[in-house]
Structure formats: C-alpha cells, structure tokens
Ligand binder design. Structure first.
Ligand code: FDA
Length: 309
C-alpha cells in the first residue's frame, strides 16, 4: 500500500479536514467530475443522460457519522422517496446505502427496522437495495446483518472487499444464501494484519473471488456484480464468464459515475449489464478523498483547479 494512498486516506478521516476541506473552491470544483451535484434531482438528471447511453444506475446518498437516530430516520425516509422518484422517472436505477447512515453505530435493531422499511418499499416497486461495505471495524456486524436480511428479503445485495484476507471465507458462507454480491477491491485504510498490503495480491484475490462468484452464479443463480474500473481484470473475468457459459447480458459490471465513462458505454453497447453508481449529497468530502486515493492523477486534477476559476 503506497504512502501516498495512506496519506490521502488519513486526510479522509481527519476531523479538521472533514470540516473545512469541502469548502475550498478548488475541491468543490474538482468533485463535480465524480458527482453531478448535492441533490437527488442533480443525480436524476445525470442518470437520465447516461441511461440514454445504455447504462443502468445505482444511486447512493453520501452521509456518514450520525449524531442521533432521528437523523437515521431522515435518511431512511429520503431513500424511500428516492425509490418513488425512480419509478416516476422510469429510471433503471437501484439504491445503495451504508448501514452507518441508518444508525448502525447507535442501534442494530433500529437500523434493521429502517432497512426493512426501505427494502419493503423497494420490493413493492420491484426494486433492489445494495448494502455498502465500510471499514473492517464493521465487517462482522454488516455480514451478520446481511445474513438476516437475505433470509427475509430476495431484493438485497452486499458489497465485499478483495483486499481483506477474510473475504474468501466470508464468501463461502454467503454463497449458501444464494446472495447478490458486489465485489470490490476495497477503499479504506486497513492494517496489514487485515488486508493485503500489495495491490497485486488484492487484484489476484479479486479474480479468485470472481471465479467463485461466477461458479455460484452458473450453479444456482446467485447475482454477481464485478465493481471495478480495472480493465485488465475485467477482461480476465469476461473470459472466465465465457468458460462458465454465462451470457454477456448476465455479466454485471458496476463502475462509478465519471470514471472511464467511455468504457462504461462501450461495455453496455457490447451487451454487458453495466451499472454506474451515482453519488450525491452534502457529506461528500471523505468519499471524495477515497476517490483521490485511488488514482494519483486525480490529485493533479484538483491542483489544476486551484489555478483556474
Ligand atoms: P484500481 O484502483 O486498481 O483502478 C483501476 C483503474 O481504474 C485505474 O488505473 C484507473 O484507470 C481507474 N480508476 C480507478 N479509480 C479511479 C478514480 N477514482 N479516478 C479515476 N480513475 C480511476 N469500496 C468499499 O470499500 N466499499 C464499498 O461499498 C464500495 N462500493 C463500490 C461500488 C461501486 C459500484 C464501485 C465501482 C466501487 C466501490 N467501492 C467500494 C470502491 C472500490 O473498493 C475501489 O476503491 C474502487 O473501485 C477503485 O478500485 P478499482 O477496482 O477500480 O481498481
């Protein structure tokens, strides 16, 4: 793991920077590349435009660190409204949320209650709810939460991270549920006791887990979504999918809005199931820092914005 990446991820969690970083004009300007705006209406406009290019969508509202459960209730109500808006605007969009956003640090039972309300609304509208995976402090509780939710609901999916050593064992257990899994590399600053420090090991583990997912997909219809912009890795997964005779339209690729956009459209036009995750919300600073950590060139982009108004 590079020192550079660690420094930026430290910045994502630094309280002073969290409070002030988002106010710098050049940061606000640069974030537009990855986030169409702070309101759901901004996200819907962007979604309509990329859907016209053949992409499907996932919406996520950015928010972390709640002060009280009343805030969790507001977030839950917001997602319920988003589900209504998706139906009204005929978007092929799903939603993805962080459990801490709906109260996980405060009460697991209340969080389950909010999640249930959102998922029931999604079910009534034939929609789907993804659960993001947060830092490793939350892995156990999130997995337990998903096992419970999956037993109650068909329309729920979970994100897992290939940088954690434990994920292969976790996936073995998850596959027993015929789950929906979004596989990612992982975006948090994790110690080497928990996560592969070398990127090449993270990538190799991603491929290994992909094969497990493809096999389960073929055998019992588990939903597998490969969430990466790593085109070499995707090419290997596409080849493996052919080996498992998984048709192109069933191979789901998820990427972030604003990153390798041309490639997203190319893959969709080639017949793959491609979803672009659009983030919006006022609390975007730590999320944006994680995007910077993923690619040094993004920092140069922010710096360039310091000198152009
Ligand atoms: P990698 O970092 O190796 O990048 C491969 C290539 O993609 C780069 O060389 C570059 O060309 C391009 N690229 C990648 N990131 C870029 C960026 N920010 N800007 C510009 N180019 C970039 N993580 C997590 O811990 N929990 C979660 O719930 C989720 N959820 C999630 C959903 C979806 C739909 C996606 C796509 C990703 C996530 N992630 C996540 C983030 C994930 O863990 C990871 O940090 C990013 O996807 C970047 O890793 P890549 O797999 O793209 O590979």
């Amino acid at each position: 793991m590079s020192i550079f990446r660690n420094m930026i991820l430290w910045g994502a969690d630094n309280q002073w920077l969290r409070k002030h970083g988002a106010n710098f004009f050049f940061v606000r300007k640069a974030v537009k590349r990855f986030m169409p705006g702070e309101q759901i209406e901004d996200a819907i406009l962007a979604a309509q435009s990329i859907q016209a290019n053949g992409l499907k969508i996932i919406f996520t509202h950015l928010g972390e660190n709640l002060q009280g459960l009343s805030e969790a209730e507001v977030v839950a109500k917001h997602y319920i409204e988003v589900l209504k808006k998706i139906e009204k605007t005929n978007l092929q969009a799903e939603i993805s949320l962080k459990l801490t956003q709906i109260g996980l640090d405060l009460s697991v039972e209340k969080t389950y209650g909010y999640f249930k309300a959102i998922t029931e609304e999604a079910l009534a509208r034939k929609n789907f709810v993804w659960i993001d995976m947060e830092s490793s402090a939350y892995t156990d509780v999130t997995l337990k939460f998903y096992h419970r939710a999956r037993k109650e609901f068909e329309n729920v999916g979970l994100c897992i991270q290939s940088y954690l050593y434990r994920t292969e064992d976790d996936l073995v257990e998850l596959l027993k549920l015929t789950p929906a899994i979004r596989l990612v590399k992982g975006a948090y600053n994790e110690p080497k006791e928990k996560a592969y420090p070398d990127k090449k090991d993270v990538d190799e583990n991603f491929y290994k887990l992909s094969e497990m997912l493809l096999e389960s997909s073929k055998e019992n219809g588990a939903r597998a979504a490969f969430a990466t912009h790593d085109l070499d890795l995707l090419a290997r997964i596409q080849k493996a999918a052919e080996k498992y005779e998984i048709p192109q339209e069933s191979l789901e690729i998820q990427m972030l809005y604003g990153i390798v956009t041309k490639e997203q459209i190319r893959l969709a036009n080639a017949g793959y199931h491609v979803r672009s995750l659009i983030s919006y919300g006022e609390f975007w600073y730590p999320w944006y820092m994680r995007r910077l950590a993923e690619r040094p060139a993004n920092v140069l982009f922010v710096m360039k914005n310091m000198f152009t108004r």
